[in-house]
Design a protein around this ligand. Structure first.
Ligand SMILES: *[C@@H]1O[C@H](CO)[C@@H](O)[C@H](O)[C@H]1NC(C)=O
Ligand SMILES: *[C@@H]1O[C@H](CO)[C@@H](O)[C@H](O)[C@H]1NC(C)=O
Ligand SMILES: *[C@@H]1O[C@H](CO)[C@@H](O)[C@H](O)[C@H]1NC(C)=O
Ligand SMILES: *[C@@H]1O[C@H](CO)[C@@H](O)[C@H](O)[C@H]1NC(C)=O
Ligand SMILES: *[C@@H]1O[C@H](CO)[C@@H](O)[C@H](O)[C@H]1NC(C)=O
Ligand SMILES: *[C@@H]1O[C@H](CO)[C@@H](O)[C@H](O)[C@H]1NC(C)=O
Ligand SMILES: *[C@@H]1O[C@H](CO)[C@@H](O)[C@H](O)[C@H]1NC(C)=O
Ligand SMILES: *[C@@H]1O[C@H](CO)[C@@H](O)[C@H](O)[C@H]1NC(C)=O
Ligand SMILES: *[C@@H]1O[C@H](CO)[C@@H](O)[C@H](O)[C@H]1NC(C)=O
Length: 647
């Protein structure tokens, strides 16, 4: 690869001045190390020269994928309380196209930051090349009420949490003589010389991304409990677990737990490598940065993919989920915080269910809508069956840090709680009818392509009377004009999702009186999780309580709601399968490894069918602070919530 050679040569030249070729390759210097000081990690990431060919490639891909983005025009003037996300997407692309960048990293950061600050976890540039390190601070912060005052504290559980990162991590702090243990539970007076909540706001605005609502982003800055994959986990939060190794330390003014005297402490970060192994810059590039055989989409009708066909005749499963990089190398929840109530049946997957010691309240902690599609359904059935047999009368659903997953599992869970007699539990949906999308649907129909290989195939959807569309029905003909912020955009006709029949048939009528069902979360509930909670709220008036956030500031109960995400691989596959890769409107193949994902479908509010649920403000009806007892202990939080939300 010519340009890597050139970059290496340039770095080599620079290094001569510092004496010796051994020190010349900043990636070779850190090869094979799991933990690296941030400045060394960043030096490796910045060792690749800016390349105009790669800029044109990525900007062309993203500008043509933005043509499919459902919310583009909303950004021109984002409605309150989401106005912080207002931007002109096309002007941003032009700006990045004409800015001088010193390195390929700087260019990629500009694209990352621009898309990250759209605050839509469905729509962003995820670079594989430069997201290989998670920068970890051994003093995550939490937001708790103590003696009636809501404030920022260093997490009290450091002694249990930090060792879970591993001895290489703790050995490093010992080697530099840094005592993090004594900071556990300290009250934070200032961060980087600012009021702690002002600094938290700054991280929420510039680092967190993913959620349109500022209040929800505030909560993702703090450390919190979650289910990562199928295990209880403690998330470091966006202050203490950063996506890039571009910060060496954070300075706190704080009062240690056993003291009354404020002091100023500078806490160093250490970066944890989570990429593919390498030995030097060239192999770093080859293994982490160059496009690979899974970066770009495939033509599913070509003979080479025909040979790999699984003969699947069922519909492909739509997904709506955010990407939280902190799931890579996730640490467990410290053992003192595990629920002590015995798990109910159906608790081995992403759902963990319990009956609280009051014997009246069943809890389902729904960690995501990902994982095993069928098991989610059998686990729901098992948990609710256990609750009913135990005579439980109240159901609490915890959606803390639920990033979404399969669209139909959200609809399944609403349907299970509502009873099938209730009918359709999704929303009205549309995709954009841009010129290329119109051609894709025409070609899909012409080629007889069905929903087992294409998301554009009409038999993925139902008319609003819940009858499946025939595979010849062109739902973009005629398209429907959508007027937003002075722009006119073509949208598809409205349709419903098709999720039934499920693998597990929900009961005909609700298993619990719906008045006795309530939801708790930290607001970080995205995608399918947003659709689930919005469905429960808009259709059943379900009580929803959100914990944490900034005192005195409003907060939505949901994070970001689309109806379906397409990864770069997915949209490229749709274009290639429809035979349109040579169309002048089609994006080229990516030359680097990464994902430019986008929100491909809108879910329209049931309350107001002219507005996407993403833009309907629904502040959390109940708000509570975390306390020392509840900030990391799910069972303590559920026990408290049951006393507040149920009569
Ligand atoms: C820039 O990247 C392209 C695509 O990988 C490569 O062909 C070209 O040689 C690179 N240019 C330089 C100056 O390194
Ligand atoms: C990468 O290197 C680490 C540390 O040397 C090693 O433990 C790990 O197994 C390697 N991973 C792969 C995929 O080779
Ligand atoms: C970037 O700007 C150049 C020069 O004006 C133009 O030729 C190119 O098409 C632009 N690239 C993109 C992706 O808009
Ligand atoms: C503070 O003192 C208590 C009681 O002596 C002790 O258990 C705790 O570990 C101390 N906390 C810190 C952070 O040193
Ligand atoms: C891509 O290549 C890797 C390594 O050679 C292989 O394990 C993987 O199966 C390939 N993936 C596809 C989709 O061909
Ligand atoms: C999709 O289903 C059709 C029958 O409806 C079948 O002929 C075709 O092989 C399937 N395609 C794939 C990729 O499984
Ligand atoms: C709940 O049920 C268990 C087991 O039947 C029993 O031991 C316990 O006393 C009950 N608790 C309450 C609060 O009724
Ligand atoms: C859990 O499931 C098993 C078998 O699936 C069943 O025998 C048992 O009664 C269930 N337990 C409860 C508490 O419902
Ligand atoms: C459902 O709606 C479609 C489109 O309007 C119509 O063609 C179809 O006949 C309807 N089906 C039923 C069962 O009403």
């Amino acid at each position: 690869m010519l340009w890597t050679t050139l970059a290496t040569a340039l770095v080599g030249l620079a290094a001569v001045a510092h004496g010796g070729p051994a020190a010349s390759d900043p990636c070779a210097k850190i090869a094979g190390q799991a933990f690296v000081v941030p400045s060394d990690a960043l030096a490796c990431l910045k060792s690749f020269a800016f390349n105009e060919t790669l800029r044109q490639n990525l900007l062309t891909v993203i500008s043509r994928v933005f043509d499919f983005y459902t919310f583009e025009d909303y950004y021109l003037n984002s409605p309150p309380p989401f106005q912080e996300s207002t931007t002109n997407i096309r002007a941003d692309i032009t700006r990045i196209n004409s800015t001088n960048y010193a390195t390929d990293y700087d260019f990629n950061r500009a694209v990352y930051d621009f898309t990250n600050q759209l605050n839509d976890g469905h729509t962003r540039w995820l670079t594989d090349c430069y997201s290989t390190f998670e920068n970890l601070l051994p003093t995550p912060i939490v937001d708790i009420e103590q003696n009636g005052v809501w404030g920022v504290f260093i997490a009290p559980d450091l002694a249990d949490l930090i060792p879970l990162v591993g001895t290489q991590y703790t050995d490093y702090y010992q080697s530099i003589g840094f005592n993090w243990e004594r900071l556990a539970g300290a009250q934070v007076l200032q961060i980087e010389g600012q009021d702690p909540y002002a600094y938290v706001d700054y991280i929420a605005d510039t680092v967190s991304g993913n959620y349109l609502d500022h209040g929800v982003r505030v909560n993702s800055v703090f450390s919190s409990y979650r289910i990562s994959d199928t295990s209880f986990s403690q998330r470091f939060g966006d202050l203490a677990g950063a996506s890039f190794p571009d910060q060496n330390s954070i300075t706190f003014t704080l009062i240690p737990a056993n003291s009354t005297a404020p002091e100023t402490v500078t806490v160093p970060f250490l970066a944890n490598f989570a990429g593919n192994n390498f030995t030097d810059s060239a192999s770093y590039w080859a293994n982490n940065c160059a496009a690979n055989n899974e970066t770009n989409g495939i033509d599913q009708l070509s003979t080479s993919s025909l040979s790999k066909r699984d003969g699947r005749t069922t519909r492909r499963l739509a997904r709506a989920v955010i990407v939280d990089k902190s799931h890579t190398n996730a640490v467990g929840l410290p053992s003192p915080f595990y629920p002590t109530a015995p798990p109910a049946n159906g608790s081995t997957g992403v759902i963990k269910s319990f009956i609280l010691p009051d014997n009246k309240t069943g809890v389902m902690f729904v960690g995501s809508f990902e994982g095993d599609y069928v098991q989610f359904q059998t686990d729901t059935q098992a948990a609710i069956g256990s609750f009913q047999r135990a005579g439980v009368s109240h159901l609490l659903i915890d959606l803390t840090n639920n990033g979404g997953g399969y669209v139909c599992l959200g609809e399944f869970l609403i349907s299970y709680l509502s009873g099938t007699n209730f009918g359709y539990t999704g929303f009205q949906s549309t995709s954009r009818a841009n010129a290329l999308a119109v051609k894709i649907v025409q070609n899909v129909i012409e080629k007889g392509i069905t929903s087992n290989i294409s998301y554009y195939a009409p038999d993925n959807w139902a008319f609003l009377n819940d009858t499946e569309m025939p595979n010849t029905y062109d739902y973009n003909d005629p398209s429907v004009p959508l007027f937003i912020n002075g722009q006119t955009d073509a949208s598809s006709q409205r349709f419903h999702d098709l999720c039934t029949p499920y693998d597990v048939t929900p009961p005909a009528s609700p298993p619990f009186d719906l008045k006795n069902v309530a939801i708790v979360s930290n607001g970080d509930c995205a995608s399918t999780c947003s659709m689930f909670s919005t469905g429960m709220y808009e259709r059943h008036g379900t009580k929803i309580a959100v914990f944490g956030g900034k005192p005195g500031e409003t907060m939505e109960y949901k994070g970001m709601a689309g109806n379906q995400v397409l990864e770069w691989y997915d949209i490229d596959t749709e274009i290639k399968t429809a035979g349109l890769k040579d169309d002048p409107l089609a994006p080229p193949d990516l030359l680097v490894s990464g994902d430019f994902r986008h929100n491909w479908r809108t879910a329209w509010s049931y309350f107001d069918e002219s507005r996407p649920i993403a833009y309907v403000s629904e502040p959390a009806p109940y708000r509570y602070p975390y306390t020392k007892d509840t900030y990391m202990s799910p069972q303590n939080l559920w026990t408290f919530a049951a006393t507040q939300l149920f009569d």
